[in-house]
Design a protein around this ligand. Structure first.
Ligand code: HSE
Length: 436
């Protein structure tokens, strides 16, 4: 039986999961692959802390070069994360004609053009299933299973931390700050949760997804992004009354030659599958012109779910090695030579439904002033809720709209927020109930 030698750079949580899965499912993998996987070396700056798996001391090194320059190793698994030295390690491994598997979404979203081009030019494969949606086979689905489809839309919940926070806020009535603190105490959210709650992690994953779905390069900074820090319990409750749940959605919609790419808290109907993706789970709702709706659901993070995705790449690449081929499935679904810049629809031109929560003085004529400004800006009101009369301070006035243009909404809200009957910044949340 042939042996394929692997080198692992990064012996953290996911690296440990990869070692464990190779050990635990060794026979099954050998049977399915028809070859043996030998994890020859593991590099990490820390090779002394105890791990949840046991490996021979001889396998461990603090020098990643021992892997990159080992002529016997044909697949390098990069699981250190971050930009450098991960980028250099990957490019050098490729120059040494090694195939690469990585889970590094930030790196691929930022330096993907360079890395994917290098892989094509050097004739080596790169697997990155674990970079988006953890265990969910989204990359393979886009590159292979749905390859014949024009993708009309992709709606994803692709950040487990944000989804966990929004779920707890909805189910337990807690505030954003309280749930975030709890999540950090449980070791669930990062000590610095900025990437998760501000939608940066989601943007990395959406940029990778877009480039596969539309065969185009995406500039990360062009993807519109809003995080969840501004979501309050009050908006979650109003959403429920209106028949919606708030989720941080990654949205891609084909609009003729343009693609909408946006990330923001979104109200979605309570009975939609995505509204019922809870806790740290991730999901994608994809609509293809031939396939119709496809729904993918699973754990977006975690040691073994992510290791499962990493192993799927290792086995795919090993199968290619055994057949003596590479580049059979291009990294971004089509040759890098034909990939060009994606045309993203500027945010001003998106059309959707909106939820507004105004903080207004409770006195006659307030509603008509607000609706007057909305009318002047082509915004048609679908529903109004006003409750609770207080002695002092603002009252919430909630309105939902029919389809409106973002540009009109932003203009109207700017005017409304300057009215003397308005006592606080208006909350705007987009509603997606038709395109789903
Ligand atoms: N920080 C990510 C999340 C985990 O919360 O989903 C893996 O991408």
């Amino acid at each position: 039986m042939k042996t394929i030698h692997l080198g692992l750079i990064g012996f953290g949580t996911i690296g440990t999961g990869v070692v464990s899965l190779i050990q635990e499912n060794r026979d099954l993998i050998e049977n399915r692959l028809g070859a043996r996987l030998n994890l020859k070396k593991i590099a990490d700056l820390d090779i002394t802390s105890p791990r949840k798996v046991s490996v021979s001391k001889d396998m461990l090194t603090t020098d990643a070069r021992e892997i990159i320059n080992d002529p016997e190793i044909s697949v390098v698994i990069e699981l250190i994360g971050g930009y450098e030295p991960a980028r250099t390690f990957i490019l050098d491994a490729m120059r040494n004609r090694k195939h690469v598997v990585t889970a590094n979404k930030a790196l691929l979203a930022t330096y993907g053009n360079e890395i994917f081009k290098a892989s094509e030019e050097l004739g080596v494969d790169i697997g990155f299933e674990a970079s988006v949606g953890g265990t969910i086979p989204i990359i393979k689905s886009l590159k292979e299973s749905l390859v014949a489809n024009r993708l009309r839309s992709i709606f994803g919940i692709i950040n487990g931390t944000s989804n966990y926070i929004l779920t707890k806020m909805s189910d337990e009535g807690k505030s954003f700050d309280d749930v975030l603190r709890e999540a950090q105490e449980l070791g669930f959210a990062e000590a610095d949760p900025t990437f998760d709650i501000e939608g940066i992690d989601t943007a990395h994953k959406l940029a990778i997804t877009l480039s596969l779905a539309y065969g185009k390069r995406v500039k990360l900074e062009d993807v519109y992004r809003e995080g969840i820090a501004g979501i309050s319990q009050q908006d979650i409750e109003f959403a429920g009354e209106l028949g919606y749940r708030i989720k941080l959605l990654a949205i891609a919609i084909q609009r003729d030659e343009f693609v909408e790419a946006r990330i923001h808290p979104t109200m979605i109907p309570l009975d939609h599958l995505l509204a019922n993706v809870n806790g740290n789970f991730n999901a994608f709702h994809i609509v293809g012109d031939a396939s119709g709706s496809v729904f993918l659901y699973g754990q977006g993070a975690g040691m073994m779910p992510t290791a499962s995705a990493v192993l799927s790449d290792i086995i795919d690449i090993s199968r290619n090695i055994l057949k003596g081929v590479s580049g059979r499935v291009p990294a971004r679904s089509q040759s890098e030579n034909v990939i060009h810049e994606i045309m993203l629809l500027p945010m001003d031109y998106i059309v959707t439904n909106y939820y507004f929560r105004f903080s207004a003085i409770d006195r006659p004529g307030v509603l008509s002033k607000i609706s007057g400004v909305l009318g002047e800006n082509n915004i048609s009101i679908a529903a109004v809720i006003q409750k609770g009369r207080r002695q002092a301070g603002p009252v919430p006035i909630v309105m939902t709209t029919h389809k409106s243009k973002e540009m009109d909404v932003q203009r109207a809200i700017k005017v409304i927020d300057q009215l003397n009957i308005i006592l606080g910044k208006t909350i705007v949340i987009r509603i997606e109930d038709e395109k789903l």
